[in-house]
Design a protein around this ligand. Structure first.
Ligand code: GRF
Length: 223
């Protein structure tokens, strides 16, 4: 049985594109893409692939609770097994997170647990870090704080700017997220007692490193 995936976006949808391009058709199907902002490029990307789209504009709702309730109703209409946040720029209510417990993923542009929240690239530069990266994790109530699954790191080089760093981190995001989606769809990835597990083995608190998995490094773009 194919894993039904709903992807939530707010913008350009480059991660969505990677998910669509690299989804294993034997394992999963992206059944809908939902945006809280009308007219974004990500919606166009989905339509080009023949994937159903929906817009739920948060500005039409009085508060976060009522928006999230409407969002749950919309998403559940697609009967998802997995919900993927791909640049969805909204803080979600505890009720939303609880509803999709163990089937809600997010990608964050930092080597979590470092730099939760916004402006991660600038913060990594200002701290003088030597590396930076991205992380896929299960979503829990704590913002960017759920169990880590998979990370990829890139070196920070002299003269780097937040923009240059963001572009290189995004290349890694596009490798991480489809891989994790396919693991989940294959039944290899689960959330058990608050810990992410791959093939039944608990993943450590820092997540796995893409570079240390069976990933073929020749597929890795230059960092
Ligand atoms: C990504 O950098 C992701 O880490 C962050 O938002 C960005 C979304 O980019 N959460 P895109 O819409 O997938 O191009």
């Amino acid at each position: 049985m194919s894993c039904r995936v709903v992807v939530l976006i707010s913008g350009s949808g480059s991660n969505l594109q990677a998910l669509m391009d690299q989804a294993d058709p034997e394992l999963c199907q992206i059944v809908a893409v939902v945006s809280n902002r009308p007219g974004v490029l990500g919606l166009e990307r989905a339509r080009r692939q023949g994937i159903e789209t929906a817009v739920l504009d948060h500005t039409g709702y009085a508060d976060r609770d009522s928006f999230d309730r409407a969002l749950v109703t919309l998403i559940d209409g697609y009967r998802p097994d997995l919900v993927i946040l791909a640049g969805f720029m909204r803080i979600l209510t505890p009720a939303f997170v609880a509803h999709y417990h163990a089937r809600l993923l997010n990608i964050h542009p930092s080597l979590l647990p470092k730099y939760k929240g916004l402006n991660t690239h600038r913060r990594a530069l200002e701290a003088g870090d030597q590396e930076h990266g991205a992380t896929v994790h299960f979503v829990t109530e704590e913002l960017d704080g759920g169990p880590l699954i998979l990370q990829s790191a890139i070196p920070i080089v002299a003269g780097d700017t937040p923009e240059a760093l963001a572009a290189r981190v995004q290349q890694r995001e596009h490798l991480l997220y489809p891989r994790v989606m396919n693991w989940f769809a294959a039944g290899r990835l689960q959330l058990h007692n608050g810990r992410a597990c791959l093939d039944g083995d608990p993943i450590g608190p820092n997540g796995l490193r893409l570079e240390n998995t069976e990933f073929d490094m020749r597929e890795m773009p230059d960092a």
